[in-house]
Ligand binder design. Sequence first.
Ligand SMILES: [Fe+2]
Length: 628
Amino acid sequence: MSVILGINAYHGDSSAALVRDGRLVAAVEEERFRRIKHWAGLPIEAIRYCLREAGMEMRDLEHVAINLNPRVNNVRRALYLLTRRPDLQLILNRLKKRTQTRSLEDSLRAAFPGGAMRAKVHYVEHHLAHLASSYLCSPFPDAVNVSVDGFGDFASVAWGRGRGQDLRVEGRVYFPHSLGIFYSALTQYLGFPHFGDEYKVMGLAPYGQPLFLQQLRQVVRCQPDGGFELELKYFRHHRENVHYTWNDCSPEVGPLFTPALEQLLGPARSGSDPLLQRHKDLARSIQGMYEEAFFNLLNALHKKYGGERLTLSGGCAMNSVANGKVQIETPFRRVYIQSAAGDAGGAIGAALIVAQKFPVAPVATQTTGGEPAMVGRFRMDHAYWGPAYADTEIAALLRARGFSVPNVAAENLAPSTARAETAATVPASSVGALVDPTDFQLTDFRSCPDDLCRETARAISEGLVVGWFQGRLEWGPRALGNRSIVCDPRRADMKDILNQKIKRRESFRPFAPSILREQVGEWFETDADVPFMMQVFQFRAEKRPLLPAVCHVDGSGRLQTVDRASNPLYYDLINAFREITGVPMVLNTSFNENEPVVCRPEEALDCFLRTKMDLLVLGSFLIRRRSR
Ligand SMILES: [Fe+2]
């Protein structure tokens, strides 16, 4: 047996994943346990969960893989230091990070005392881990693989052709040139200062015109070979010590742009300034410039390698708008992007690379989606790799909070539920304030699970805001039907209701639809499989007026395609909604207020009680807020 723990540590979205005999067993971001968005540091709680899921302890592990390798690209690093002479503090900070990464073994020993750690630590080049996180999880027997990022191991972009299990980095764009830095710097310039705010610029872009594209072509210069260069006078990251905080906290990044950018584009917006048409035009231009460079790269790679299959990874692979245009702007026809395409996903990529060094006998062949059979390759076709909670645990929590939950005779329960019925207790630390049970109506669907979806779908069709908590937590930033808030996509006022009751987010940001897989072609101008919400496509023109809550201003939607095999309960919920309304989709947004997506039932219950959510479905229990 080969068991490998992969980690993304000391970086945004720190995470852990466990791979056994080449197959993923568990994967989760640390932020879900620490309850701090994008938490960066050593992902101790995520590691603990992965080990628990595999029935192992730290001392049982033989291999740990991290998605950084301080030993690669050192000639490039040395040359840069000699020729560009950056700020001394910048050099010292980089050295500190290398030391931290190289002392990983000691840090793990300190975090997991009481047992000898035998595991050998493997350092996997950051971009190789990115490429592997998509290609080695894809259904493709061969593909062109591209990672587009901020920076990792002195490179911002990497690519390589994958054939079967064989995958290597065949080309890179090196520091200081980076599309990730370009997008982040311009996001800050537009007044969105937080780590991970780039998606706000993407959401704002359709409201503007690309009036600043000419100026931005002076900032990013596309090269005929597919590469690009930044005009460095507009950026600080290459010379100055930009403030980065990566340890035991939510990441923070200091200003990345220089005053020269304001001379080129006009004054930067501060977060409190109103959003003017100029800012919307700038957002559209930034997105346009990114797409120009991205497609220039992809087209050059297609010229070099050919083929129709492409996998994408790296932080910029979260740009679902650009991803949705790949089939229009390039000859690539099939695209795979896994649910945690950014740095979190590197934990899986690093583990899969190391797994190749310790092969086991080939496992069952997988043949789906018309792809040729592949022996021994793992295929990630769903995102449900995090913790799950049994109905018995949920019932115990509800009782501890004052709800009246009937004891159901064990013989009426499903076998797995019945087995755990008497064992569940709630840790004292999890018990919050008691509720007044007369404020709520609780219905127990444990003995009639088929009615749960019908009842919930009816509530959605009546315009209620529903928290939907089921099964294993999603891997990656998107809620995909297990930790989701679901609503009626047909209501023009649903976006405002949702923002007023829970989300309180910027009005320009769209909400996304989850749609039954077999209905995609009827509602969208595509029939692609998009299980992880990683591509935006256009709604068919005649359908747009029917779905005002999930159709963006430009007629697009960031869809999640839902098939029954991957998530039968969520599929049945949407199907029940279709039977009532004729519309095979629901609005799906993440189950949270302004925090990481909820992980445990306690957090879901607290979010429900804290906000004005109308209905909460926790496993088999439906809780309706009574109107007074
Ligand atoms: Fe990365």
